[in-house]
Design a protein around this ligand. Structure first.
Ligand code: NAD
Length: 502
């Protein structure tokens, strides 16, 4: 269902091009805790609008890249008062459209300031510049912005994930078109409108809409010179196919199927179990680097299951705005039915499937995409619940016999985003970590906060290409240019060299 007009007092994720809102058709955005409730409307950006946004971004590029890093950071900082005034509204709206509990939405909505401050402090106007003069002359190497950049965003942590690409792209002098996810576009679009207001017109443009329409138009355009994408593996692959045509850079933060490898000496106490439960079930399991598989020494399996299940049983599932909820609903119908199908397949294959936790409002359970946490054991390693990314509150726990086998199982999927090692001996854990195929390995933790902007973040294998955080993402937003003025280029003297082969 789409509308051509929106009701006036509801939040709208608008098409914003060159500082101007363009009217179009809209689709309703529903509350995943009560699907009859329309929270707001999402503009259905058209390919024409995408091209218009790229045109404005191109027009704004020359002046924007002339500013220094410090000046661009200062302009971004000018958005802080509005961001702070609207924090509560944006966080509440995010929970109503996304489903997650309120503290997670606050953490997500505070993303812009945290990320701007980090990058503003990380670099100065000399970033990436190297000059040298020697007996042969002068060489300057500098980093230049790639040009119009597409930032394509998923629905699980929309504000933080958009900003972890958007801010480095802007601060290094690129102009940007952002494509929010149609499943959680409202709080992000509100945030982007505040940031855009602080910047020269056309530097930051937003085209919400469907992935296969607005998203595809963006990735297929020659006008886009860099794609910073966070989302699923299949869409990442589509971007790479489009990039083969355009010969263009991309940074891809894709799906994860993270293992937690529990070593024989791991301490099983309340705090370890609490930490693991958070690592699995935060955001109802819908975080790229949640724990998605757990491997436990066979001799400790019964003990582990008992303690882990007891810890997970404290989870209370309900509306993310209800202060008693510790887990909200899944975000959308597709996601909920995918996770249910995986659970059904596990039951059919003879696995032991145990629902844990409690329903806060059983009477309204069916009105949202609610699901209790589930712990699955007695499941084969090649089952789809183990091999694919479930992205839901369901975790398989598998036994292993030797450390080598445990490591092989942890490495035994096509993903390689993050992993964790649980042990009483952190040094031994770090050594095991070196054998894991994952972009990040954590010891005795594995949840939001385990990675931060001082650590490169990204995936090995099908979990992605490139890294966010640190200066690595700045390098992905720019390319090197070498300028030289050399009087002596005699290293290639020309035809005389042939004498050496005669
Ligand atoms: P998705 O790939 O379905 O969608 C992501 C974005 O791409 C959305 O804005 C969508 O509209 C757009 N899109 C869809 N089809 C497109 C196309 N053909 N061309 C261009 N754009 C298109 O992912 P999702 O369901 O929103 O998010 C969940 C996935 O994201 C999970 O796999 C999760 O692991 C991954 N993720 C990864 C990270 C990370 O940092 N590695 C972080 C968060 C989420």
């Amino acid at each position: 269902m789409s509308l051509t007009r929106t009701s006036t007092d509801m939040p709208v994720a608008n098409v914003l091009i060159g500082g101007v809102v363009l009217p179009t058709e809209y689709m309703p955005v529903r509350n995943p805790a009560r699907t009859e409730e329309v929270v707001g409307h999402c503009a259905l950006g058209t390919p024409g609008m995408v091209h218009e946004a790229i045109r404005h971004a191109e027009a704004a590029a020359a002046n924007w890249r002339e500013l220094g890093y410090t000046q661009r950071a200062q302009l971004l900082r000018a958005a802080y008062p509005r961001l702070q005034e609207t924090l509560a509204d944006r966080a509440n709206l995010l929970t109503r459209e996304q489903g997650k509990v309120l503290w997670e939405s606050v953490a997500d909505a505070r993303g812009p300031e945290t990320i701007i401050e980090y990058f503003a402090g990380l670099i100065d106007d000399g970033y990436g510049r190297d000059e040298r003069t020697d007996e042969r002359g002068r060489v300057i190497v500098r980093r230049v912005p790639r040009g119009v950049t597409a930032v394509i965003v998923p629905w699980n942590y929309p504000i933080y994930l958009a900003c972890q690409h958007l801010i480095p792209a802007l601060i290094t002098g690129n102009t940007v078109v952002v494509k929010p996810s149609e499943y959680a576009p409202l709080a992000l679009s509100h945030t982007l409108a505040i940031l855009a207001e602080a910047l020269p017109k056309g530097v930051l443009n937003v085209v919400p809409g469907e992935g296969h329409v607005a998203g595809r138009a963006l990735i297929e355009s020659d006008g886009v010179k860099n794609v910073l994408f966070t989302g699923s593996v299949p869409v990442g692959q589509e971007i790479l196919r489009a990039n083969a045509e355009t010969v263009r850079a991309a940074s891809l933060e894709l799906g994860g199927n993270d293992p937690a490898l529990v070593l024989r000496d791991a301490v099983f106490d309340e705090s370890t179990m609490h930490e693991m439960v958070r690592g699995v079930f935060t955001c109802a399991g819908q975080i790229c680097f949640n724990i998605k598989r757990i491997y436990v020494p066979r001799t400790r399996m019964a003990e582990f299951l008992e303690m882990f299940i007891a810890a997970a049983d404290t989870i209370a599932v309900g509306d993310g705005l209800d202060a008693r909820s510790t887990m909200g609903p899944l975000n959308n119908a597709n996601q909920a039915s995918r996770v249910r199908r995986l659970l059904d397949a596990a039951r059919e294959a003879g696995a032991t499937v145990q629902a844990v936790g409690s329903q806060l409002n059983p009477d309204s359970w069916e009105r949202g995409y609610f699901m209790l946490p589930h712990v699955v054991s007695d499941i084969d390693h090649d089952h789809p619940l183990v091999q694919t990314e479930q992205f839901g509150p369901v975790v398989p726990v598998l036994p292993y016999d030797s450390l080598d086998e445990g490591i092989a199982m942890a490495n035994g999927t096509e993903y390689g985003l993050a992993a964790s090692v649980w042990t009483a001996d952190p040094e031994a854990g770090l050594q095991v970590g070196e054998r894991l195929e994952a972009g990040s390995v954590f010891i005795n933790t594995h949840r939001l906060g385990a990675s931060d902007m001082t650590m490169p973040f990204g995936g090995m294998k099908k979990s992605g290409l490139g890294r966010t955080h640190t200066t690595m993402i700045l390098d992905e937003c720019t390319e090197a240019q070498a300028l030289s003025f050399r009087s002596d280029v005699s290293a290639f003297p020309g035809p005389a060299l042939a004498e050496q082969a005669r």
